[in-house]
Design a protein around this ligand. Structure first.
Ligand code: URA
Length: 262
């Protein structure tokens, strides 16, 4: 992308761009910090709700016999999610919000849960936070149509409350299957709730961003950044989010070039 266009996006995002004092080539040292392992099946870190979590009946036990979620193709998975009644959120949703984007995406974005606008539209990240997310993605040359966007939860928690751990656990097989079907090269987890659930930790987001995690048994590199809704409330954090996104772009370039070479 040419520099003028990128600067246009950054301006629209409200990110101040500082001029580098040294040439860019000298500054772009690859991130050499250690990678930490995390697995989708790992439990949440012990917390006040740990006992409650342990009592959550697995999704598969609640389903009619047939294909397991892990065996489903896109059509079967879409139908399964649309008719899901595994937790109480089915009572208050307008519709489920499955996910959107390219099913062959190199980058998968994982947010928290649909809000009121997403619940109405049936699509993730369509409200104000979604518009900021679109700008952020466009600024690293990853337009919305070329990535895949999904949430931990497929249904809106009423009143925009945080998802409960049990709700996230119930919904988790769906997200796992989406990841298996897409097999993205990179995952970007946006927001504290998404990061803590995916990485199985209670650590604050500030401690989770700025490094790569190996996610899953057949590991996919995962990075964490601030939720765009938080950036709307705290625009002074946008520069940090921009740093996270440029690292995503850098690693995507490396992976994509490696794939080209074969
Ligand atoms: N916030 C999220 O985490 N996901 C959405 O889809 C919308 C807002």
């Amino acid at each position: 992308m040419d520099e003028r266009r990128r600067r246009g996006y950054l301006k629209a995002m409200g990110v101040t761009v500082w001029e580098p004092r040294v040439p860019q080539s000298v500054k772009s040292v690859p991130d050499s910090r250690p990678v930490t392992a995390a697995h989708p099946a790992e439990p949440m870190a012990p917390s006040a709700t740990a006992q409650e979590d342990a009592a959550v009946q697995p999704l598969e036990d609640l389903r009619e016999p047939g294909l397991t979620v892990a065996q489903m193709d896109w059509d079967a998975l879409g139908a399964e999610v649309a008719s899901c009644r595994a937790c109480g959120l089915c009572e208050t949703r307008t519709q489920t919000v499955f996910g959107v984007g390219s099913r062959t995406a190199d980058l998968m974005i994982i947010g928290e849960a649909p809000g009121a606008e997403e619940d109405r539209a049936g699509e993730p990240f369509v409200g104000r936070a979604g518009q900021l997310l679109d700008l952020m993605l466009a600024a690293i040359d990853c337009p919305r149509e070329q990535v895949y966007i999904a949430n931990l939860l497929k249904c809106r928690p009423p009143g925009n409350r945080d998802p409960k751990p049990q709700e996230a656990l119930r919904c988790r097989d769906y997200l796992n299957r989406q990841m298996e079907l897409i097999r993205p090269r990179l995952i970007l987890s946006v927001g504290r709730i998404s990061a803590q659930h995916l990485l199985g930790t209670d650590s604050p987001l500030g401690q989770l961003r700025g490094r790569w995690f190996d996610f899953g048994q057949d590991p996919i590199p995962l990075r964490v950044t601030y939720h765009p809704a938080y950036l709307l409330r705290s625009p002074d954090q946008k520069a940090k989010s921009w740093a996270d996104l440029t690292e995503i772009r850098r690693r995507l370039d490396v992976l994509q070039k490696g794939a080209e070479r074969g």
